[in-house]
Design a protein around this ligand. Structure first.
Ligand code: ADP
Ligand code: MG
Length: 317
C-alpha cells in the first residue's frame, strides 16, 4: 500500500467544520470571532511513551488523549488536529486499530482530523491539536494566588502502578491489573472540566509527569509556594490496597495520569464543585497555596513528610 492510498484509506474523512481538510497542501478552518486559538503538540515515541504490548486501538486513543488533555488544562474546546506519523511499514492491522481508536475519541470531542504527514521510520506519533477559548479566559499556570485551594480531578497513580507491573517490580492479578492497565492505556482527557472551570480556576495544569512535578510548574510560574496533604491525593481501590510508600510514590510522582491539577479561591469552593458536577468528574482538595516559596508536604495529621518520592526507586529497594 502506497503512502497516498494509506492516507486515503485510514485518515481521510469528509471535512465537517473545516472548510478544507485532508488532501491539499494546507487545511483551512476559521476561528469563531471573540475566541483565541489554543494549540499544543505531543509526541509519542515507541519504548519511551508506550510499550509495544499496547493494542493499536488504545494507542490511537492515547495519542489523541494526551493532546486533548493539554487543551483541557487551558480550558479550551477542541476543534481540529493534525497527525504526523512515522512507522516502519504499512501494517494494515495496526493502521485499522490505531485509526479506529483515534477517531472514536475524536468523535467524542467533535474534534476533526484536518491533515498531517506520513513517512517511513521508527514508530513515532506526533499530534497537534487546535482548540478555542474565549479571549482572555484561558486557564494558565501563572494565575495561582496566595490562599487558593489546590484540587486534583479523578484519581492519580494507577498508570504508574500498571507500569511497575510491566516492569515486573509489582504483581497484580486479573481485574486489578486490567483496571490499572486501562488507566495507563485509555486516559480520559478532562475537557469538560477544563471548560467548566473557566472563570473559576485561577491556574491549571494536566498531570503528565507526576502530581508534585506538575504542581511545581504552577508554583514557579505563579511565584508562590504550597502546602500539600500527601495522603489526600485521590486513588483507586487497587492502589489503596498497596503499601503506603507505594501509594505515595504512585499518586505523587507517578505521571501519565492526565488529570487536572488546579487552584481556585477558597471562597469559590461551591463553584468548583458545581463545575465538577457539570463535568461529571470528582475533584478533591489536596492543599493550599502559600506565600512562602517551595512545596511543603504533610501527612493527614499535619506532620511534615520528606519529599523523596522522585529521588530513589522505591520499587527496587
Ligand atoms: P505535502 O507533500 O504537501 O506535504 P503530503 O503528500 O505529505 O503533502 O500529504 C498529502 C495530504 O495528506 C495533505 O493534505 C496532508 O495534510 C495529508 N496527510 C498526510 N499524512 C496524514 C495523516 N497521517 N493524517 C492525516 N492527513 C495526512
Ligand atoms: Mg507532507
Amino acid at each position: 500500500m502506497g503512502e497516498f492510498d494509506l492516507i486515503e484509506r485510514y485518515f481521510t474523512r469528509p471535512a465537517r467544520r473545516a472548510s478544507l481538510g485532508v488532501g491539499d497542501d494546507c487545511a483551512l478552518f476559521s476561528v469563531t470571532p471573540g475566541m483565541q486559538l489554543a494549540t499544543s503538540s505531543d509526541m509519542l515515541v515507541d519504548g519511551r511513551h508506550f510499550l509495544s504490548t499496547v493494542k493499536p486501538e488504545r494507542l490511537g486513543h492515547k495519542a489523541l488523549a494526551v493532546n486533548l488533555s493539554d487543551l483541557a488544562a487551558c480550558g479550551a474546546t477542541p476543534k481540529a488536529f493534525t497527525l504526523a506519523l512515522s512507522m516502519p511499514r504499512a501494517d494494515e492491522d495496526f493502521l485499522d486499530g490505531f485509526s479506529r481508536g483515534m477517531f472514536a475519541l475524536a468523535d467524542e470531542h467533535d474534534c476533526e482530523l484536518v491533515g498531517g504527514d506520513t513517512t517511513q521510520g521508527p514508530l513515532n506519533i506526533c499530534i497537534t491539536v487546535f482548540g478555542e477559548v474565549p479571549a482572555g479566559q484561558a486557564l494558565l499556570r501563572s494565575g495561582a494566588q496566595v490562599g487558593d485551594d489546590i484540587y486534583v480531578s479523578g484519581t492519580v497513580g494507577d498508570a504508574r502502578l500498571a507500569l511497575e507491573v510491566f516492569r515486573a517490580t509489582m504483581v497484580l492479578e486479573g481485574t486489578a491489573f486490567e483496571s490499572v492497565r486501562r488507566a495507563m492505556e485509555l486516559p480520559e482527557p478532562r475537557v469538560a472540566l477544563g471548560i467548566a472551570l473557566r472563570g473559576v480556576a485561577t491556574s491549571a495544569i494536566d498531570v503528565s509527569d507526576g502530581l508534585l512535578g506538575d504542581l511545581s510548574h504552577i508554583l514557579r510560574r505563579s511565584q508562590v509556594g504550597a502546602t500539600l496533604d500527601v495522603d489526600a491525593a485521590p486513588r483507586s481501590a487497587v492502589l489503596a490496597a498497596q503499601t503506603l510508600t507505594i501509594q505515595r510514590v504512585c499518586t505523587l510522582a507517578g505521571g501519565d495520569d492526565y488529570e487536572l491539577v488546579f487552584t481556585a479561591p477558597a471562597g469559590r469552593s461551591d463553584d468548583v464543585l458545581r463545575a465538577a458536577k457539570q463535568a461529571k468528574v470528582n475533584v478533591t482538595r489536596i492543599g493550599r497555596i502559600d506565600a512562602a516559596p517551595g512545596l511543603r508536604l504533610t501527612d493527614s495529621q499535619g506532620a511534615a513528610v520528606d519529599n523523596s518520592f522522585g529521588s530513589f526507586d522505591h520499587f527496587r529497594s
